[in-house]
Design a protein around this ligand. Sequence first.
Ligand SMILES: [Fe+2]
Ligand SMILES: [Fe+2]
Length: 228
Amino acid sequence: MELEKLQKKMKSKLTKIRYQHTLGVMYTAAALAMRHNADIQDAMLAGLLHDCAKCYSDEKKDKMCQKNHIILTAAEHRNPSLIHAKLGAYLAEHKYEVTKANILDAISFHTTGRPDMTLLEKIIYIADFIEPNRINFPGLDIIRRVSFEDIDYAVYLTVQSTLDYLRSLHVSIDSGTEQTYLYYKQLLDSKKGEADRIEDVRDIKKPIGHKVMKRSVKKWNKQKKWQK
Ligand SMILES: [Fe+2]
Ligand SMILES: [Fe+2]
């Protein structure tokens, strides 16, 4: 199905706020795809459909999963808001005629992430978190910037922020989210410059003027001088 046609479908299915968020994810995914050399059309399609199952009630989602033999994890049973990712991938394939496995996987893992994500999975996971309509919270500006500089670091910061948020709510945490966190922590630990990164992460909760901000401003000033 064409992107334009799907866009109209999503507009009619989703609430106004959800549709605005969807467009935000779609265009942010396109920008990240441009920056990281991913397929822009795939990124837009995955972004457009990532929340396509979000419009159904928990009861309806549960019924749809049963009917279509979609197996849910214990965490998904405890926290039905997670179900829309897996169900969304199913609908993308069977209702919206998406055939590419990479797009379906990006939809499927956009909520929890997973270890060793593909580039498209990382793009959708991050785009969902940083799109322009997201209400600002401490550290979001940093994650937005890092997303265009070091995508694995951005995944790490995103999953860490998500875990902090979920723990503050005392809700059930999917093991996939925890596995994603551990994988990207280990990956960053194994990369050169790990000590700096970890310090940056600690500093992220500090107000403007912390190390990351200082470093980025310094970098930008240097670039500006060069451009002049
Ligand atoms: Fe979602
Ligand atoms: Fe979303």
